[in-house]
Design a protein around this ligand. Structure first.
Ligand SMILES: *[C@@H]1O[C@H](CO)[C@@H](O)[C@H](O)[C@H]1NC(C)=O
Ligand SMILES: *[C@@H]1O[C@H](CO)[C@@H](O)[C@H](O)[C@H]1NC(C)=O
Ligand SMILES: *[C@@H]1O[C@H](CO)[C@@H](O)[C@H](O)[C@H]1NC(C)=O
Ligand SMILES: *[C@@H]1O[C@H](CO)[C@@H](O)[C@H](O)[C@H]1NC(C)=O
Ligand SMILES: *[C@@H]1O[C@H](CO)[C@@H](O)[C@H](O)[C@H]1NC(C)=O
Length: 405
């Protein structure tokens, strides 16, 4: 290996604590990898910050920056209410969102939403835009952004729970509108994991805001799937339509299904995942398919890939990735990652041929992002890097994952 390349390789080994690039196959040399530019997640610490990690041309991660959101993170209380919970401090998916070169991040401890701008020259350089917007509720844990409607909507899951939205521009966030309440009978911080909001996100055509809310099987309290509609003035409707699909219990991380405008893939922490159909007229939902993952403990986060046309889900208590069908949520493949030592995986994002999955670690193991290559199609996922984050000061409170394409 020429010395300059050798030096660059050694440098990248030094920058990332652990790197393992698999040998290239003939396919890799024919088809150039499709890669994103950077990934982002929040530390969710007292001084909340967005971590940005650049993506190399081979899909691996390098170099990180930390940029304060100007707000505070928080943690739900563990069941029983005596101790704080981490990992999965916010019991949520989409604790930050990305649209073009803007990042929106929740501050669960200060009841605000921050807007940040990504530098056009350097995807890991962020700066805050305007002041964080004050929210009309408590414990924001998930945010959705519509580019078409110039609308950012936040879900809160504390003592004052519900949805509020604001417009945004290059100058910053507008005023958050009135809270559309969810009656969850929660405290601030909430006592997780049951009876809390899981995720808010827009439909593919951005005409509807979907929100998943967990039930509590022990008290026969069903969760629900909420649908608000965006009206012709780009405002969210005051009232939502709620459904509790038969057989679901703890609806969690979700994603619209590409090329199926009315279908949504949703995890259910109680058993695996489902595919739902949202009636475009009534906004009521029907169960289309249900997939049970044998031996699962907490299947909560989901992302889809256009390349594999499948969903990938993670389990906070098992270090593996499960790939599922977008037709009916049946299991397509399972990839054990036990050898990298993480206690489990939470939020994940797909960028081109690669998946980036966050493990916040725990009291003894440092946080890490596992990078998987999925360029070979369904069933091909393989780990190419385990990028440890302890040097950046990231700990078990970390949450969220988005990628810049
Ligand atoms: C609301 O929460 C309180 C405190 O956790 C509990 O005692 C009460 O039974 C709950 N009410 C309902 C309607 O669930
Ligand atoms: C929940 O429902 C089941 C079946 O209907 C019933 O047997 C059980 O007693 C209920 N539990 C509670 C806490 O209401
Ligand atoms: C709900 O599902 C159960 C079994 O999974 C079935 O027996 C019941 O008829 C279903 N109810 C409705 C309203 O579809
Ligand atoms: C689920 O969908 C797959 C195709 O994605 C199909 O092969 C399989 O038979 C379906 N399973 C059920 C139970 O419908
Ligand atoms: C952290 O996770 C590792 C890997 O699962 C486990 O061996 C270790 O016991 C965990 N530490 C704590 C404090 O739970």
């Amino acid at each position: 290996m020429p010395s300059r390349i050798a030096a660059a390789f050694i440098l990248s080994v030094l920058l990332s604590s652990t790197i393992s690039v698999s040998p290239s196959t003939p396919r890799d040399s024919i088809r150039k990898a499709t890669v994103g530019k950077a990934i982002y997640f929040i530390t969710n610490d007292d001084d909340n910050a967005v971590i940005a990690l650049s993506i190399n041309l081979d899909g691996t991660l390098s170099r990180g920056t930390i940029t304060s959101t100007g707000g505070a993170g928080s943690n739900v209380l563990a069941v029983g209410g005596m101790t704080t919970q981490a990992p999965d401090a916010l019991v949520a998916q989409s604790s930050l969102a990305i649209v073009d070169n803007n990042i929106f991040a929740v501050n669960a401890g200060s009841n605000t939403l921050s807007l940040m701008e990504i530098s056009a020259k350097s995807p890991s350089a962020l700066k805050i835009v305007g002041e964080p917007a004050t929210l009309p509720g408590e414990f924001p844990n998930t945010v959705a952004v519509s580019k078409k409607n110039k609308l950012a909507c936040v879900a809160m899951t504390g003592a004052k729970a519900g949805i509020s939205c604001a417009s945004f521009s290059t100058k910053g966030l507008g005023l958050m509108d009135n809270l559309r309440p969810f009656d969850l009978n929660q405290s601030t911080p909430p006592i997780g994991k049951f009876n809390t909001v899981s995720q808010t996100f827009f439909s593919t055509d951005e005409s509807k805001l979907y929100t998943t809310v967990k039930g509590n099987p022990a008290t026969n309290n069903t969760g629900f799937f909420s649908v608000f509609t965006v009206d012709h003035t780009n405002q969210l409707s005051a009232e939502d339509v709620r459904s509790s699909p038969n057989g679901t219990q703890i609806l969690f991380g979700s994603t619209p299904i590409p090329d199926s405008p009315n279908h949504v893939f949703v995890t259910d922490r109680a058993f695996g995942a489902i595919v739902l159909f949202v009636d475009p007229e009534t906004a009521k939902v029907d169960l289309v398919g249900k997939g049970i993952i044998e031996g699962q403990i907490a299947t909560c986060w989901a992302a889809v890939s256009h390349i594999t046309h499948s969903a990938f889900v993670t389990d906070g208590s098992i270090d593996r990735i499960v790939e599922m069908s977008l037709d009916n949520a049946s299991v397509i493949s399972k990839l054990d990652l036990f050898s990298n030592g993480d206690p489990g995986l939470i939020d994940l994002a797909v960028a081109g041929d690669f998946i980036y999955a966050l493990s916040p670690g725990n009291d003894t193991d440092q946080a890490a992002v596992t990078v998987l290559d999925i360029s070979g199609g369904q069933g091909s996922a393989r780990q190419i890097q385990h990028f440890q984050l302890g040097d950046l000061g990231v700990n078990k409170n970390a949450q969220g994952m988005v990628a810049l394409s």
